[in-house]
Design a protein around this ligand. Structure first.
Ligand code: 173
Length: 324
């Protein structure tokens, strides 16, 4: 009897040891943002980093090395996440279409992340990030922040024939459908392209134009806006599964939900940004009636057609969970 108890005791001790070995101490994650430090689309991520570092002492810390082209070409951040060069990325689907062309569909999502977590959409988005980016999709920001077309020459109808427009995959299919010639650039090249006149306009969200100084080389914003910004927080999957324990993962999930809740501020920020643009001399071209309907219809039809073409596998599934 005694020996059995001793053996059980030993086994229990070993199990205890194994459990404590799997419980990582404080883990520091290296993070990069696709967007310039201190500008729209990095700002909330930076608030998240601060909160994690304040509340995660002894558990998880984030070493945020900065963002935008100064740190790395934003179109390379997906690769850096996949290979584990960075543990965490604040990035938009349009910047890693080289790895996951269907990630660009996130801009077409019309429902909240809460709805996605209930309708299977969150698992689907995660599955594709797991497979294609070796990434865990922790949080999605940008719901309620539309994209717009900005121009240096006016238009009177939804027609971009003869215009050369700076794009990323977000806008490509739509602006091409309106007749534009397009050129893909990172945000860091937009100012110079406008200044030199190599483009007549660009796509960008309602927020952030003044952060980047582009009001100096922008004459018009076209309304309405279209789609929804998607900026995700992604964690390298080996880091997520292998370096973090349950408590650390749960903590990050909680922090991610807090980050998502900051989207409630979007309508007020959009309004303030619109006023700042106006004060800086950017005039608004507003489509109404049939032009407005045609413009938005073209945006969504071209957007989804592109997704279906690049991903017959995920396209239809994504449309089902993303649209109302
Ligand atoms: O215009 C862009 O560079 C772009 O695609 C984007 C995506 C999300 C937020 C801001 C910009």
């Amino acid at each position: 009897m005694g020996r059995v108890f001793t053996r059980l005791g030993l086994a229990a001790a070993l199990v205890g040891l194994a459990v404590s070995a799997a419980t990582a101490g404080e883990v520091t994650l290296k993070a990069v943002s696709a967007f310039n430090e201190g500008t729209a689309f990095s700002r909330n991520f930076e608030r998240f980093v601060k909160k994690v570092n304040d509340e995660g002492k002894g558990l998880v810390q984030i070493n945020y090395v900065g963002g935008g082209g100064k740190v790395m070409n934003p179109f390379e951040l997906g690769n850096a996440l996949r290979s584990g060069v960075v543990d965490m990325a604040n990035d938009t689907g349009a910047f890693y279409t080289n790895l996951a062309p269907e990630a660009d569909a996130l801009k077409l999502c019309e429902v909240s992340s809460q709805t996605l977590r209930k309708n299977g959409g969150w698992e689907l988005v995660n599955e594709l990030h797991n497979k294609k980016l070796n990434g865990y999709y922790l949080a999605r920001q940008g719901i309620g922040v539309p994209f717009h077309l900005y121009l240096t020459k006016p238009i009177s109808k939804p027609d971009l024939t003869g215009f050369k427009i700076r794009i990323t995959p977000v806008y490509q299919a739509f602006f091409e459908k309106l007749g534009a010639t397009v050129v893909r650039t990172a945000p860091g090249e937009v100012y110079t392209a406008l200044e030199r006149g190599t483009v007549d306009g660009y796509g960008w969200p309602i927020q952030g134009v003044l952060d980047l100084g582009w009001q100096e080389v922008t004459k018009y914003r076209v309304d309405p806006g279209f789609y929804n910004v998607d900026v995700g927080v992604l964690v390298n999957l080996d880091t997520w599964n292998g370096k973090l324990d349950d408590a650390q993962r749960a903590f990050l999930v909680k922090m991610g939900l807090w980050l998502e809740s900051l989207d409630e501020e979007a309508p007020a920020i959009n309004e303030a940004e619109s006023q700042k643009q106006q004060a800086a001399g950017i005039q608004t071209i507003t489509f109404t009636g049939d032009d407005r309907s045609a413009y938005l219809k073209a945006a969504y039809e071209a957007g989804w057609a592109k997704i279906m073409a690049v991903s017959p596998e995920y396209g239809p599934k994504l449309k089902q969970v993303f649209t109302k």
